[in-house]
Design a protein around this ligand. Structure first.
Ligand SMILES: NC(=O)c1ccc[n+]([C@@H]2O[C@H](COP(=O)([O-])OP(=O)(O)OC[C@H]3O[C@@H](n4cnc5c(N)ncnc54)[C@H](O)[C@@H]3O)[C@@H](O)[C@H]2O)c1
Length: 336
């Protein structure tokens, strides 16, 4: 059997590193491209010999991981990939798939720095697709986002719901999806985009204003601190465990999916419900301080998962309790 070779952009990040885990476990040769702006080598440490990367230095610049099955390429996705010393020398047919996750995923920052957001999140996609076209790789799997939807307050968001992003970040994701489709139509590629809902899990960075609500609650529980809830806490979200995301992104390639798919759980959890679940999993009292709701905050948000479930078996997905338990275990073991 020929070994599949794939490139993962953003592979040192939160979601990307879990995808790298799946791919290496499945026996792929994995090339990981990252600029380490928010990603971290520590996320890939199980694939290297030790925990300490401080003395690896230049070996990682355009270099090679210690294990033969993965290579690490430090590169800024907003620069043409074909100019990179290593990617530029790839030959036709050398990659079977490109998983494109490199991005700056912050909505607020995208308002402050729309140029940077566009370079990373849209021009980055142009560069990935151009590399794919040049080396005749007909599959790009893109991590898009539910922030492209307009009618988020609907009980169930299908892929056909109105798209009208309200941030430069969402706009660049939507433009990236459309570009994938254009390359499908024009060059006969079979690209696929997943609109990821609200991810959580090990390796999500805690303690930042940008951390997701799940990680914030778990981190507060760990430190016996009070949590802040804006509004009455009955607003809902669709929380999906990061390892389930990684499995679905992989299936985008193995099942040769094409087009766009929601990637959530189809389960709606209120913030109060999340609080109860975190209390139960951590055994902590976790007091909540309710403040006025934030302007423009979405009341309900849950993915309609019909389209993806028609293509693959989503049975066995991680329950919220299982996911919280695993994430809390990671957080409490984590070296600080
Ligand atoms: N976390 C979320 O809430 C969420 C939700 C929906 C979609 N997504 C999408 O999933 C993907 C992964 O997000 P994440 O949560 O793992 O974030 P992350 O910040 O942990 O990962 C992004 C990775 O991309 C790398 N990167 C950023 N700019 C780069 C550049 N110019 N060149 C090369 N690498 C660069 C970062 O160093 C990082 O390793 C992103 O495309 C994001 O838009 C995330």
């Amino acid at each position: 059997m020929t070994i599949k070779k794939v490139l993962v952009t953003g592979g040192a990040g939160f979601i990307g590193s879990h995808l790298v885990d799946v791919l290496l476990e499945e026996g792929y040769h994995v090339y990981i491209l990252d600029d380490f702006s928010s990603g971290n080598l520590r996320n890939l440490k199980r694939w290297n010999s030790g925990d300490d990367f401080s003395d690896y230095g230049d070996m990682y610049k355009y270099g090679y991981g210690k294990r033969p099955k993965h290579k690490l390429i430090e590169w800024d996705i907003s620069k043409p990939l074909i100019s990179s010393p290593w990617l530029g020398s790839l030959e036709e047919g050398e990659l079977d798939c490109i998983f494109h996750l490199a991005a700056r995923r912050n909505v607020m920052t995208s308002f402050k720095e729309p140029y940077d957001d566009t370079m990373r999140n849209y021009i980055g996609t142009v560069n990935v697709l151009e590399l794919a076209r040049k080396i005749k790789c007909n599959k790009v799997v893109l991590s898009s986002s539910y922030t492209i939807y307009k009618d988020l307050d609907q009980s169930c968001i299908t892929e056909d719901c109105r798209k009208e992003p309200i941030s430069p970040y969402g706009l660049n994701k939507l433009a990236s999806e459309k570009l994938l489709q254009l390359y499908n139509n024009h060059y006969g590629m079979r690209n696929v985009a997943f609109r990821i809902f609200v991810p959580y899990g090990p390796r999500q960075v805690p303690g930042s204003i940008f951390s997701g609500v799940v990680m914030r609650f778990l981190d507060h529980a760990r430190k016996d601190e009070e949590v802040t809830i804006y509004g009455d806490g009955e607003q809902t979200r669709d929380f999906i465990f990061v390892k389930d995301i990684a499995r679905c992104l992989h299936a985008g390639f193995t099942r040769d999916l094409e087009g766009v798919f929601n990637l959530g759980t189809g389960r709606e959890t209120s913030i109060n419900g999340l609080l109860d679940a975190v209390r139960s999993v951590t055994g902590k009292e976790l007091k909540a301080n309710y403040k006025d709701s934030r302007k423009g905050e979405v009341r309900r948000s849950v993915a309609d998962m019909t389209r993806l479930m028609e293509q693959m078996d989503c049975e066995g997905a991680t329950t919220l309790e299982e996911g919280l338990k695993e994430t809390y275990g990671w957080l409490t073991r984590k070296k600080r």
